[in-house]
Design a protein around this ligand. Structure first.
Ligand code: ADP
Ligand code: ADP
Length: 226
């Protein structure tokens, strides 16, 4: 079975002025360990899909299955990375990374080992006692990725995580993420409106068109041209 299965998901937002159909009948699946990007223009419904998978938004119709089980509400089995970092400002880098493990009651030793591992993976060994406000955008996003992975989620959900970064930092962060993915073997769902980024990162790219919910195509990426 696929790791994540989205089946005929629809989403209608009720607003003061009426209704917005963000998704009509969206279906796709992601296999274990696969890195999938959803590529589409602003407003096509990418964030809505991701937020529904995260449990932050309820689908109006359809099903979301994680490991064959229907999701209900948010949970630590889904790691999230947003464009806006959302680190805990009152916690150090190390404490941010260990936040989920501490909630689970992991021992001091275990937390120390996990933190060391991820600090090294993201290249921030020398910054473990820094606070988020002391970090650049790229560094903050490294910590956000490490924090999500340290909690050992079933899937990593990423909403335009590098959208606020300059082009050079963005390229570096794409490399950091690929390294973290290869090392962790996590399943990743990553949304972006950046064509280069989606093609560089993904095993599979799903295209979402500007009309609501029409997640139509899976474009096979040609790695080697004859
Ligand atoms: P994308 O992530 O591709 O930019 P979104 O998923 O944010 O697209 O939005 C899809 C559509 O749903 C847009 O028309 C947007 O205005 C609408 N929408 C998203 N969130 C809400 C909300 N909370 N209330 C009303 N409409 C919303
Ligand atoms: P993105 O392109 O990253 O989706 P948006 O500016 O479309 O960013 O949306 C930012 C936030 O505002 C999201 O949480 C989305 O759900 C919400 N949102 C988007 N459109 C609307 C809307 N028409 N009414 C209310 N909330 C909205």
């Amino acid at each position: 079975t696929p790791k994540l299965e989205i089946k005929d998901v629809g989403k209608i937002f009720k607003t003061k002025s009426g209704e917005t159909t963000a998704l009509e009948k969206t279906s796709f699946a992601i296999n274990e360990g696969e890195f999938v990007t959803i590529l589409g223009p602003s407003g096509c419904g990418k964030s809505t899909v991701l937020r529904i998978v995260a449990g932050l938004e309820e689908a109006t119709s359809g099903q979301v299955l994680l490991d064959g089980q229907e999701i209900s509400g948010p949970g630590p089995d889904r790691g999230m990375v947003f464009q806006s970092y959302t680190l805990f400002p009152w916690l150090t880098v190390k404490e941010n990374i260990n936040f989920g493990l501490k909630l689970k009651g992991a021992s001091h030793n275990e937390r120390d080992n996990v933190a060391r591992h991820y600090l090294q993976l993201i290249g921030l060994e020398d910054f473990e006692n820094h606070y988020p406000i002391q970090l650049s955008g790229g560094m903050k996003q490294r910590v956000a990725i490490a924090r999500a992975l340290a909690n050992d989620p079933k899937i990593l959900l990423m909403d335009e995580p590098f959208g606020a970064l300059d082009a050079q930092t963005r390229n570096i962060m794409q490399e950091v993420l690929l390294k973290a993915w290869e090392e962790s073997k996590k399943t990743i769902l990553f949304i972006t409106h950046d064509v280069d980024e989606s093609i560089f990162l993904a095993d599979s790219v799903y295209l979402m068109t500007a009309r609501p919910g029409r997640l139509k195509k899976k474009i096979p990426i040609v790695l080697d041209r004859p």
